[in-house]
Design a binder for this molecule. Structure first.
Ligand code: HEC
Length: 216
């Protein structure tokens, strides 16, 4: 390139000092916006479009990245897994994610971001669903079920969730009915639960919410 032209171009580029000052100014404005508290953080109004898009990209890429080395068990489609998963799903997930033939709940309608209806089409891989169920999602109502359930049970949930879109309301009911009778039975192989005294407080303990959505 000719020396004269290069210098010409250079004159039109912003100087490092200008870029630095502009960056500081933008950071200060963003800081002022946050500290002023004017952003509507309420779940009953949508995010500004750029914020929504940034969060969506952040979530999607993070899930893909974190799930990249997860090995899917070969028996994911086994009826035993699907049955156990059905029991867990109906106890813990329907309040937000609904199911074939289920009406919207008060909770599902109040969520932002909305919980996807998992009985409709899903575009996540089994590994990505496993990671999401185990770790939950920040800035959404999706809990980290890995705090209280081991990997085997979480794969059971994935197995059921992946079978869900093929189920009619009748098949859904039948699958739920075939599930192991209660949570204790599904959790029986989980050592950490035993050391924590089981999922439920002893009979004489003051009652406390155990985080489940079921009402029995
Ligand atoms: C309190 C509400 C709530 C409960 C209960 C809940 N979820 Fe979620 N879940 C969400 C929300 C909200 C999202 C979407 C978050 C987002 O888009 O950022 C989500 C996302 C997911 C996703 C990812 C969906 C996708 O394709 O992107 C899966 C899979 C999932 N949940 C499974 C489960 C399972 C299994 C259970 C029960 C063990 C469960 N969830 C219980 C609220 C809930």
């Amino acid at each position: 390139m000719e020396k004269g032209k290069f210098l010409d171009l250079h004159r039109h580029l912003p100087s490092a000092a200008f870029v630095g000052v502009a960056a500081l100014l933008i950071a200060a404005l963003a800081g002022a916006f946050i500290f002023a508290g004017v952003y509507n953080i309420g779940a009953d109004a949508p995010h500004y479009r750029p914020i929504y898009m940034a969060l969506e990209q952040l979530r999607d890429h993070a899930i893909t990245h974190h799930a990249r080395n997860i090995v899917v068990p070969a028996d994911l489609n086994s009826p035993a897994r699907i049955a156990t998963g059905a029991g867990l799903y109906t106890e813990m997930c329907t309040g937000c994610h609904l199911g074939p033939g289920l009406e919207k709940t008060e909770m599902s309608q109040g969520l932002y971001p909305q919980a996807p209806e998992l009985a409709r089409a899903q575009d996540r891989s089994a590994a990505e669903q496993f990671w999401t169920i185990k770790h939950g999602l920040k800035l959404s109502a999706m809990p980290a079920w890995g705090r209280t359930h081991d990997d085997q049970l979480i794969w059971d949930m994935v197995a059921f969730v992946r079978a869900l879109p093929r189920m009619s309301p009748t098949q859904y009911k039948a699958t739920i009915a075939s599930a192991p009778a209660d949570h204790e039975e599904m959790m029986k192989d989980m050592p950490s639960m035993k050391s924590m005294g089981g999922m439920h407080p002893p009979a004489n303990a003051p009652s406390q919410p155990d985080g489940h959505l079921h009402s029995h």
